[in-house]
Design a protein around this ligand. Structure first.
Ligand SMILES: Nc1ncnc2c1ncn2[C@@H]1O[C@H](COP(=O)(O)OP(=O)(O)OP(=O)(O)O)[C@@H](O)[C@H]1O
Length: 764
């Protein structure tokens, strides 16, 4: 009763009118810049529509059509397929939808028209639940979008976005199979629909790849995907752009046919304004608001316009004039009392006041209350295996169609680890050193000592003192080794006599000057000289060598080997880092591209949740990571002989977990960032600081406090340590240093997955 009363009040408010004149001069100006509009108006036969039989429904808070047949208001409300009330939506500070009211009657085609950028696509995305509204309420087929248990988004709605939103690597049949699986259709049912749609939309062979189709063909495939499951509500954003006139007419004819049953409703945007005459009702949007809504025929008659386009131009003129008179905003056909003014067209034949409704905010309408029991709510949240499986199959098919990219993904980590093992941590080779030997005898100690120097690492160049130092200062030699003329006799004295003079010690010493600008080379030279000397002493003195050795004996190492080099230290951390960052980069890139191209929105409207998207992505990525790790370990253990004393299962498990953590971190980046360039920059920006601070290339013990606390909290610090403990110490999960690496990795993993799901949901 209360609803009826409000409606009566609204009808009364409709009688307030404003007279306006039309200006043909602004005709072209309004639609100028509207893509797809060529100025040539195509005429279409206007079919008899259900709307003409039923007339437009009315609602509280809006002006009603005066010539409307009387229907009980409540039943009309129930019969609306879409009801938007006081809907607002902004992108940051940009207010795109402003108190918008719209009703799509059940079983009708609704043509949504308006200039480019007025907010049509935004409104459609809000209707399908791909975008959240900031204020107001929307009900689609009886409930708000994304309400628990409601199949909008889902099977009840077929959505064709403005962007093509198709996977280029899919064939036409793959595309329909993919969406069919999500909608839970059987393979047989999908094939039947595929045959019908290929015939109806005049599509090429079902096996044709989408990426190789023309723009118009792609658009038709996209329309086919929206029509696939025979949805109750079709939301089509510019379906006829780039489609030839014959097929355009055919599409409209199909829409007219499917709404005739009364069970299907359609909302369609188009830039071909005249084709909207075939809609049962059209709505004119401008500046984020619906200015008018009504039957196309009556709309034209009221404006004495021969075409729908002209009628809309005149309406815009009239609204602009009202605005300028009132000094209000372009949306301001709203009086101070909150009532909206109707529009009377002076040149309307017989001065009918009826068909067009000024659509402004009325008295606040109580949003309907909906409830769902806990079982439905739980079922709504729990991920559906059907959707996850469809997404995994999608990724697998796409990967199969991109063998180059797949090969790259498998080969890249192998290349990276091979390069690392080859180039990092080994002994420098062919280091040139100047040798100044002032001894002339052939069997001198100096000659003997030099013969023990590792020739593969140290290349000796015999020079005079002056040449040697000139070359070293020129950067030609990394050091100068000089023997005095009495080196042999003095060294013999040093070894045999208990007491010798300082001069004898000096003469019996090898003098070495090093270029220390490259620490690694200098350290190597130092070590090679020491080794050569030890070997020389052993050779000359045999069992008496202890007399000239340091009283220091390094026993067999507790863990590791005496020959272990820097490569051994760096490899475990590098493997984790490579797996982590490859997963970050590839995930961030492909996920961002899917979002940018509207593929994710389309999946969402088909009923796929953020959680299902994230889980499916993690599972698909797991397959790639497993192959990558298999190849990595093969190269690392068998080719480069990196030692592994521990359990291989633990090694694999930790690397896989790091890859999954990288994938989930990639999902966080791509959920938060909209374009691939910024996503790549973010991934790269984090790469080096993490590599440096995680103790992968240099021990964590060298990091000063408080930076070390940050280092320890990072995903790879404890994990690298754990992998080193497993591989080089042979430790198992009972050791704290091992399980800590697993716990930290899994903790980060869980955190990133939750964060990605939350960001995806918030950004809707
Ligand atoms: N993701 C976004 N972030 C920021 N602004 C956006 C975003 N999407 C759309 N907009 C802005 O919102 C306004 C409405 O865009 P929308 O795509 O809804 O218009 P439209 O009526 O569908 O236009 P067209 O007919 O050209 O497709 C435009 O000013 C647009 O720049």
């Amino acid at each position: 009763m209360q609803v009826m009363k409000v409606a009566e009040e609204r009808i009364a408010a409709c009688t307030s009118t404003v007279a306006v004149r039309l200006s043909a001069a602004r005709h072209a100006a309004f639609w100028a810049g509207t893509p797809g509009y060529s100025g040539n108006v195509q005429t279409y036969p206007v079919p008899e529509t259900r709307f003409q039989e039923k007339r437009l429904s009315a609602w509280p808070g809006e002006k009603m059509k005066v010539d409307q047949e009387t229907h009980p208001l409540s039943s009309e409300l129930e019969r609306s397929a879409i009801r938007c009330r006081e809907v607002c939506r902004s992108y940051g500070k940009l207010k795109v939808l402003s108190n918008l009211n719209l009703t799509v009657p059940q079983g009708n085609i609704y043509g949504l028209l308006g200039p480019s950028g007025c907010g049509k696509t935004t409104l459609l995305k809000c209707i399908v639940g791909a975008l959240k509204i900031s204020r107001g309420h929307i009900s689609v087929l009886g409930k708000p979008p994304a309400f628990p248990g409601h199949e909008v988004p889902g099977k009840m709605v077929g959505y064709m976005p403005q962007d093509l939103a198709l996977y280029n690597e899919f064939s036409i049949s793959d595309t329909l199979m993919f969406y069919g699986r999500i909608h839970g259709l059987s393979t047989k049912a999908i094939r039947q629909r595929l045959d019908f749609l290929v015939d109806f939309l005049d599509l090429p062979q079902p096996s044709s790849l989408v990426g190789k189709l023309s723009g118009g063909q792609k658009r038709r495939v996209s329309l086919g995907a929206a029509l696939l499951q025979n949805p109750q509500l079709l939301i089509l954003d510019e379906p006829t752009v780039g489609v030839d006139p014959v097929l355009r007419a055919k599409i409209w004819q199909h829409l007219v046919e499917i709404v005739r049953t009364g069970k299907v409703s359609v909302i369609i945007t188009t830039h071909y304004i005249e084709e909207a005459r075939q809609a049962n009702v059209v709505g004119l949007m401008r500046n984020g608001r619906l200015l008018a809504e009504g039957e196309p025929e009556i709309l034209m008659r009221q404006n004495s316009a021969m075409t729908l386009e002209k009628a809309f131009l005149q309406l815009c003129e009239s609204f602009d004039q009202v605005d300028s008179k009132q000094g209000a905003s372009p949306r301001g056909v709203v009086l101070e009392n909150g009532q909206s003014e109707g529009v009377v067209l002076e040149n309307s034949p017989s001065n009918e006041l009826h068909p067009i409704m000024g659509v402004g905010p009325g008295p606040p309408e109580e949003p309907p209350k909906y409830s769902a029991d806990w079982k439905v709510q739980v079922r709504h949240v729990v991920p559906k295996w059907r959707n996850i499986a469809a997404l995994i199959i999608k990724t697998t098919v796409r990967m199969k169609r991109m063998p180059g990219s797949l090969f790259f993904q498998f080969l890249l980590p192998v290349m990276q680890i091979s390069l690392m093992c080859l180039c990092i941590g080994g002994d420098p080779k062919g280091i040139q050193v100047a040798v100044v030997n002032n001894e002339t005898t052939s069997n001198s100690y100096s000659q003997s000592l030099l013969s023990f120097l590792d020739n593969s690492s140290v290349q000796q160049v015999n020079l005079t003192h002056g040449e040697a130092f000139a070359g070293a200062y020129n950067g030609e030699y990394w050091g100068v080794i000089e023997f005095g003329p009495n080196f042999t006799s003095s060294l013999t004295k040093r070894m045999l006599l208990r007491q010798v003079s300082k001069e004898t010690v000096d003469a019996g010493s090898v003098h070495v000057w090093l270029d220390l600008t490259n620490r690694q080379i200098a350290l190597m030279l130092q070590k090679k000289m020491e080794d050569a000397f030890q070997d020389f002493v052993r050779h000359k003195t045999g069992t008496k060598s202890y007399l000239v050795s340091l009283p220091l004996k390094f026993e067999e190492p507790i863990y590791g080997s005496l020959n272990s080099d820097f490569t051994t230290f760096v490899t475990p951390g590098a493997v984790l880092s490579i797996t982590f960052y490859l997963a970050v980069g590839l995930t961030a890139l492909s996920f961002v591209i899917e979002r940018k191209e509207g593929l994710m929105d389309r999946c969402w409207v088909a009923g796929v949740s953020s959680m299902e998207t994230v889980l499916a992505y993690l599972i698909s990525q797991l397959i790639i990571i497993s192959v990558q790790i298999f190849l990595l370990l093969l190269i690392m253990l068998l080719v480069f002989k990196i030692p592994n004393e521990g359990n291989l299962v633990l090694v694999i498990a930790l690397i896989v977990l790091q890859g999954v953590t990288g994938t989930s971190f990639g999902l966080v980046i791509s959920s938060a960032i909209d374009d691939e360039q910024n996503a790549t920059q973010a991934a790269l920006g984090i790469f080096y600081p993490n590599l440096i601070v995680s103790g992968i290339i240099w021990p964590v013990e060298c990091i000063p406090y408080p930076l070390r606390y940050i280092s320890l909290a990072l995903p790879q610090t404890y994990a690298s340590e754990a992998l080193r403990c497993i591989m080089y110490r042979g430790w198992g999960l009972s050791r704290m240093m091992v399980w800590r690496g697993f716990v930290v990795t899994m903790g980060w993993n869980t955190f990133f997955v939750i964060l990605a799901i939350v960001i995806l949901k918030l950004r809707m």
